[in-house]
Design a protein around this ligand. Structure first.
Ligand SMILES: [Zn+2]
Length: 564
């Protein structure tokens, strides 16, 4: 089969973004790194010398395989709707764009439904062959292991079956260029010689096994100290958590402070779970969610007929929490009358139901929470000072999410697991780019906002795929817009969409008038077209007569180059 030329590479080139101010480079949503060829070659040599050629080959093959799989995911999207061949060529074209080698197609037969694949390519200037020769001299065996891994990973992900590529000639063994052939693994008679390089290294397996053991042991230790709800390792989180842990040992009233959505109830539950009361009840109530006239009966209970509608005697939350913990959220919303009663309960250690003159002893640990400044509320007469001092014995500030960025990846992981189960979906996770956006978001709604956003992402992302920025943010933040891209000449330049903005900025700061700018554009266009008026007009997006008219009109424009 004859191979036509590669399709235009502009669509792939446009996926590369250099975001200098963030210190990141992107290939679509995959974070990339521009590194020295020499350092990669040094890593390769170090690997070969330390673990031996076979292990090194395996590691490099698998590393290439992983990047091939990533590129194939991109290929499926970027040229959807184009011919299968154009779609497949994303792989070789990306390989070139990534600076691996020049890939020349020799033959390509693809039939996805039939599972048929035959691919043959030349590689010229393979960096890996060059590195091999530089470090070890000519080698009888092909040495482009990472590249073979990439080609195999790419074709396998593209075809959805294991396609094994092999190097039948290699520049590292003295050939003019490398030549690779790829077929489904079962179509190779001697596949068994090569497939081990695609399997997890036994040395790595052993390490992984030990690692799993360590993880298991560590998690069982962590579980003893951390309840499963709590995820976090940042300094800010640990500080709050340590305070909770210390408070749990005593019976002190705890006041949890923090913005809305930071997870105050989870901290309260954790405090309960860590305390000696852990086998008793945990009762939570949100003071802001109840109508004022019902709060007292909710908290303290009521006897039959205590108020209109009280058909039967009922227990309040204090009685229900007896022997355990009572969590009062948004305590700042408690009406003054209820505040007085609450204070008495705390002082006496007993409650009185509405419409009852009996008192009942209760043994409750009180945890309160607020997102308003209670001290201010006291100053404004909305909150009793004596109750405030009673509650504020042991305040714990729960940090907002933006102060615990290090916790975002583990939180995301834990939440995603939950949503996968809830929505019966299996996804690959969030892309590097999406994670970067998550880390940069200010999170006014804190953990709750993160939860909502991830749930939305899980619902919107395609089954088996990645959660991308657009699945999370309904309005994509502007952060990426100042990125530089690669133009057709291979130079870095600011992306088209922002070029307009930059141009406008530059125009305003230039002090030029609109007429002067127009004259400049007209003249420059004529000059560049070497006086060809039709060509100059086309560049400006106007007709030739329009250009001639404007040139005549502009006093500053010199139509010195006579029209051809
Ligand atoms: Zn080679």
């Amino acid at each position: 089969m004859d191979i036509k030329d590669y399709p235009d590479i502009q669509d792939l080139r446009a996926l590369i973004r250099f975001s200098e101010k963030d210190g990141t480079i992107w290939l679509a949503e995959n974070r990339m790194v521009l590194m020295h060829n020499a350092s990669l070659a040094a890593l390769r040599k170090e690997l070969i010398d330390s673990v031996g050629r076979d292990h090194a080959r395996r590691v490099l093959t698998r590393m290439g395989f992983a990047s091939g799989v990533r590129d194939a995911e991109l290929a499926k999207r970027v040229r959807a709707g184009r011919s299968l061949e154009d779609g497949f060529f994303v792989g070789p074209q990306l390989h070139m764009l990534e600076g691996v080698a020049r890939v020349v197609p020799v033959a390509l037969e693809i039939d996805v439904p039939a599972g048929h694949f035959y691919g043959e390519f030349f590689w010229e200037s393979s960096w890996e062959a060059e590195a091999q020769v530089a470090d070890y001299g000519n080698d009888p065996e092909p040495a482009c292991w990472m590249h073979i891994g990439h080609a195999s990973g790419y074709a396998s992900a593209f075809m959805d079956r294991f396609i094994l590529f092999r190097e039948v000639e290699c520049a590292a063994s003295g050939a003019n260029h490398c030549r690779i052939v790829g077929k489904p693994v079962e179509a190779w008679d001697d596949a068994a010689e090569y497939t081990p390089y695609f399997e997890a290294d036994s040395l790595l397996n052993r390490l992984l096994e030990l690692r799993h053991q360590v993880d298991y042991l560590r998690s069982s230790i962590v579980q003893q100290t951390l309840t499963p709800h709590m995820v976090g390792a940042s300094h800010a989180f640990r500080q709050a958590y340590d305070l909770v842990q210390k408070a749990a040992a005593s019976n002190v009233s705890v006041l949890l402070l923090g913005e809305t959505g930071v997870g105050k109830e989870r901290f309260a539950r954790t405090l309960h779970a860590l305390s000696a009361r852990k086998n008793g009840p945990f009762v939570a109530i949100n003071c802001a969610a109840l109508p004022h006239d019902l709060i007292e009966s909710e908290l303290f209970g009521a006897e039959k007929g205590a108020y209109t509608g009280a058909q039967a005697a009922r227990m309040g939350k204090f009685e229900r929490a007896d022997g355990g913990t009572l969590f009062l959220d948004e305590i700042g919303e408690l009406p003054l009358a209820a505040q007085a009663k609450l204070l008495r309960v705390l002082q006496e250690g007993e409650i009185e139901r509405l419409g009852d003159d009996r008192t009942r002893k209760i043994n409750v640990r009180l945890v309160t929470a607020t997102n308003v400044n209670l001290h201010e509320a006291v100053g404004q007469g909305r909150f009793r000072a004596d109750l405030y001092y009673r509650l504020n014995v042991y305040p714990i500030h729960i940090p907002p999410l933006r102060e615990r960025i290090a916790d975002i990846p583990p939180l995301v992981e834990a939440m995603l697991e939950r949503f996968y189960t809830l929505h019966e979906k299996r996804l690959l996770g969030v892309t590097d780019k999406a994670m970067q956006f998550l880390k940069a978001h200010p999170w006014p709604g804190n953990i709750r906002e993160l939860e909502n956003m991830l749930e939305r992402g899980v619902i919107l992302a395609p089954q088996g795929g990645w959660i991308e920025v657009e699945h999370l943010f309904s309005h994509i933040p502007q952060a990426g817009e100042q990125d530089a891209a690669v133009c057709s000449a291979g130079h870095l330049q600011v992306e088209d969409s922002t070029e307009a903005g930059a141009l406008v900025e530059r125009f305003f700061s230039s002090g030029l008038s609109l007429e002067q700018l127009e004259a400049m554009l007209l003249n420059e266009s004529v000059r560049r077209a070497e006086g060809n008026m039709a060509c100059a007009a086309r560049k400006l997006g106007i007709t030739r007569p329009q250009l001639a008219y404007r040139l005549k009109k502009e006093p500053g424009a010199c139509a010195s180059s006579a029209p051809h």
